[in-house]
Design a protein around this ligand. Structure first.
Ligand code: NAP
Length: 234
């Protein structure tokens, strides 16, 4: 019998993360939807549960080591494995701000949420994936982190997304051949609180490539950067 896969999604209380959780649940994956704020997370859980599927909630602030450790212990105790980790939570603290003016607080805040958090979660869960001989890690990045098309403004966000792409490459190389596939992706310009109302894409469209990467078959790509299920330039 094929047991249902277990997935953790960060920042699942709204936007693209909510949709990733919803689409994974619709595929029969048991989803642990996480959010830093308990009340916002539980409200999202009610909406996800109403859609059907197996979803539970756990608090997780990706910038808090104690919160990550509590979450790791919970997963280990309750499930003894984690098959899928989607590092979706993110912040864009310097939208429209010149790189000549961006403050160190925005630099640090962007690195904490967009790079160190995802890295810490990989360090918490890849050992468990290794034990189980199965893992899919998806880092939700951005084309703004693409070195090939790097442009002006949003330096803190751009640097954090370029860095999480590098984290993806290194970790993918370290687990090569262990059936743990580590990839990064750009969701498109998506109508969420972060993307804003003028964005053309829906959250469901933004979630699609992440869900595809989260459910790759054995032997699928690893260490890649994707958009619309296709590789993109670094
Ligand atoms: P969003 O609607 O603003 O959602 C961001 C999510 O991240 C929220 O759930 C937020 O929680 C959570 N979050 C932020 N800091 C956190 C922390 N320290 N711990 C746990 N959760 C935290 O944005 P989105 O558009 O869905 O973005 C999702 C991902 O897609 C991000 O990584 C973003 O960089 C990326 N992305 C988005 C676009 C776009 O056009 N929208 C384009 C490229 C990439 P709260 O509700 O508590 O704030």
């Amino acid at each position: 019998m094929n047991e249902a896969k277990i997935a953790a999604v960060t920042g699942a209380n709204k936007g693209i993360g909510f949709e990733i959780a919803s689409q994974l649940a619709a595929l029969g994956v048991r989803v642990i939807a996480t959010a830093r704020d308990e009340a916002r997370g539980k409200k999202a859980l009610d909406a996800l549960t109403a859609e059907g599927g197996s979803v539970i909630f756990h608090q997780l602030d990706v910038t808090e080591p104690e919160s990550i450790e509590r979450f790791r212990k919970f997963v280990e105790k309750e499930f003894r494995r984690l098959d899928i980790l989607v590092n979706n939570a993110g912040v864009f603290l310097d939208k429209g701000v010149s790189g000549l003016e961006v403050g160190l607080d925005a630099m640090r805040g962007s690195m904490e949420a967009n790079v160190y958090g995802p890295l810490a979660l990989c360090q918490a869960f890849i050992p468990l994936m290794r034990k189980n001989g199965y893992g899919r890690v998806v880092n939700v990045s951005s084309h703004l982190g693409q070195l090939a098309s790097m442009g002006a403004s949003g330096l803190a966000y751009r640097v954090s997304k370029a860095a999480v792409n590098a984290v993806t490459r290194v970790l993918a190389a370290e687990v090569e051949g262990e059936n743990i596939l580590v990839n990064t992706m750009h969701p498109g310009w998506i109508n969420t609180d972060m993307g804003g109302p003028k964005a053309p894409g829906t959250a469901a469209e933004g979630a699609d490539t992440a869900v595809w990467l989260a459910t790759l078959p054995d032997g699928g790509p690893s260490g890649g950067f994707f958009k619309d299920r296709e590789p993109m330039n670094w």
